[in-house]
Design a protein around this ligand. Structure first.
Ligand SMILES: CC(=O)SCCNC(=O)CCNC(=O)[C@H](O)C(C)(C)COP(=O)(O)OP(=O)(O)OC[C@H]1O[C@@H](n2cnc3c(N)ncnc32)[C@H](O)[C@@H]1OP(=O)(O)O
Ligand SMILES: CC(C)C(=O)C(=O)O
Length: 559
């Protein structure tokens, strides 16, 4: 079996839409749409084990919590589980006053009646009627003419109207979907929708929802936008209709199609959290909402604890959210590669220094904190990582701010360890490698600081006195102020024969919560001209600087 050398024998390009002077490319999304979650219907009908009432209730509560106001809760005529859940929900009193339940039904009399019965007692609700309108469905599924297919819709609308009239205590809203809209003739879809409107008599005050599905996504998203703009321009009595989008993701552009559809004039978006749904899924509501958020628009949906949302969605659907799913995936705030880590680290520093909230962190389109994620997870280190990665980890974990040149030196050790272990390095691996590389944990044969005392002279300069040892031989060291490092270096040359020449030195205080108060970094050359680094970490700066000298001396004798 091979792919076709000439696929045009089997597949044809989707025709362009004749839409002169299309407006949507110049439009911007400036306000959130009405959102409808179809997780409990389109999402539920697409999973291996449809949700039981416990899962459906848990999902429903989550949707209410994040702020979804229109929720398609099921397909009541599909069976007792669906019907009982919907009726149970209505009777439970758990549906907030500003949330509307929606149910879906084929345009068949008995199914429509069952759907109304399932909502008995609801304060307000939407009944959603559908039938497919495109040529393939007309020819293959229904084997009906256009007139007969239009008649299915008209008959369904009449049953809806009559069933609603029998239950005046509920505020009924009607939704109609010309299923397969995206592959149907536009004028025929309009004709069918107009016929449904003739029956239901919507007004601007009490509009009908016309939901225009890309039941199967068949073209680039600009074509869908053209279809929506064409529909909006040519539907008579447009003001009596809420135009709703329901995209699928067969070509991987379900979100893009919904966004362009909004630009083309739609008012409402249907979809599922994290894009669950038939085949490749529905439009992902999380992505569309957070795309808006990153453009400065409040989407009216709250994903500030996105991990909890994911936990519930994964539990209910029994499908994991992909690690790279926009905004929610486990890896989307993680940078492995060195240049990304470097840029993110610089971005966070610049962000801390600026005095406004403007978000300008390279590689991160959204602040992870807005979604309840922590910065700690941002940078991870493996063999692809550069200096920025471990420097960030050492700074976050130990408070150490390594000088640039020392980062380059330590980089060799990290690279070596990552190659050797063949896995991601965690913070403990990096700290351990650092202590080994710079002899922070000193074995017996190395230079040790045996005892020490730091005090202040009357003029305020720091005075240090202590004892160092190597291989059992002890020697006193002392010094004050800026001369301390050179006096220790002189001592280890004269007493132990180890030559060091200082080329750079820096120190800094360690932040609150770290295990010591000061860190000192010393760059030296040994007798053969090799560059060595020493690091000292201690309660006070003087002791840290002495330790840095001993650390460099240990590197000299270890080499
Ligand atoms: C695009 C979507 O996602 S639409 C939602 C789809 N969701 C579901 O189907 C889930 C729930 N469905 C079910 O549980 C069942 O299919 C039921 C209960 C609705 C109906 O079951 P059944 O009566 O056994 O029939 P089945 O589903 O096979 O329906 C096929 C018949 O319905 C007709 N039909 C399909 N859609 C529609 C429609 N929207 N309006 C009218 N008739 C329709 C078909 O032409 C076919 O007719 P035929 O038997 O004369 O050839
Ligand atoms: C019923 C409709 C809205 C649907 O699910 C689809 O066309 O995908």
């Amino acid at each position: 079996m091979t792919m076709l050398s000439n696929p045009s024998r089997k597949y044809q390009a989707f025709p362009q839409i004749d839409l002169p002077n299309r407006q949507w490319p110049g439009n911007v999304i400036s306000a959130p749409p009405r959102w409808l979650s179809t997780d409990l219907r389109d999402g539920n009908q697409s999973i291996i084990d449809p949700m039981d009432a416990v899962k459906k209730n848990r999902f429903f509560d989550l949707l209410v919590e994040i702020g979804v106001k229109e929720i398609e809760v099921g397909f009541p005529s599909a069976g007792a589980t669906e019907f009982d859940f919907i009726q149970g929900l209505v009777r439970s009193g758990r549906v907030p006053g500003d949330v509307m339940l929606q149910v879906l039904t084929q345009s068949r009399e008995d199914l429509i009646r069952t759907s109304f019965e399932s909502l008995e007692g609801a304060g307000t609700a939407i009944v959603h009627l559908y039938n497919a309108v495109s040529p393939a469905w007309r020819d293959i599924v229904f084997r009906m003419s256009k007139d007969e297919v239009r008649e299915i819709a008209i008959h369904g609308a009449k049953v809806m109207r009559d069933e609603a009239a029998k239950r005046p205590d509920t505020d009924w809203n009607f939704q109609y979907s010309p299923e397969t809209f995206s592959t149907a003739e536009l004028d025929f879809s309009i004709e069918v929708c107009e016929a449904v409107m003739d029956v239901l008599q919507p007004t601007a005050e009490k509009p009908i929802i016309l939901n225009l599905p890309a039941t199967v996504e068949a073209a680039t998203p600009n074509i869908y936008a053209d279809q929506i703009e064409y529909f909006c321009r040519n539907l008579p009595n447009r003001e009596a209709a809420v135009i709703s989008l329901h995209t699928h993701n067969d070509r991987g552009t379900g979100v893009a199609a919904a966004e362009l559809g909004l630009m083309a004039g739609a008012d409402r978006v249907e979809g599922c959290l994290f894009g669950n749904g038939e085949r490749t899924g529905n439009c992902c509501l999380v992505t569309v909402a957070l795309n808006m958020y990153t453009q400065g628009i409040d989407p009216g949906l709250d994903f500030s604890d996105i991990d909890r949302v994911i936990e519930t969605v994964e539990y209910c659907n029994q499908i994991p959210v992909h690690q790279r799913h926009p905004y929610g995936g486990e890896l989307v705030f993680t940078a492995f590669s060195g240049s990304h880590q470097d840029a993110i680290k610089k971005g966070f520093s610049a962000h801390e220094a600026q005095n406004d909230e403007r978000w300008r962190i390279p590689y991160l389109p959204i602040d992870p904190a807005d979604l309840g994620r922590s910065y700690e997870a941002v940078i991870r280190v493996n063999s692809q990582s550069g200096k920025g990665g471990f420097a960030w980890v050492l700074e976050q974990d130990q408070g150490l701010k390594l000088p640039k040149a020392m980062q380059a030196d330590f980089s060799r050790h990290v690279q070596h360890l990552a190659d050797e272990l063949g896995r991601e390095l965690n913070a403990a691996d990096i700290w351990d490698a650092f202590q080994t590389a710079y002899h922070v944990k000193t074995p017996d044969k190395h230079f040790q600081l045996v005892s020490y005392e730091e005090s202040r002279a009357t003029d305020g300069t720091r005075v240090f006195a202590g004892t160092i040892s190597v291989q059992g031989k002890e020697q006193s060291v002392s010094g004050r102020g800026n001369g301390l490092i050179s006096s220790v270096i002189d001592t280890i040359r004269e007493s132990f024969g180890v030559e060091l020449e200082v080329s750079d030195y820096s120190e800094h205080a360690l932040g609150a919560g770290t295990h010591a108060n000061a860190a000192a970094y010393l760059q030296c050359r040994d007798a053969s001209g090799r560059t060595l680094w020493g690091v000292g970490i201690d309660e006070d700066v003087a002791t840290a600087s002495v330790r840095a000298v001993l650390s460099a001396a240990n590197s000299a004798i270890a080499k």
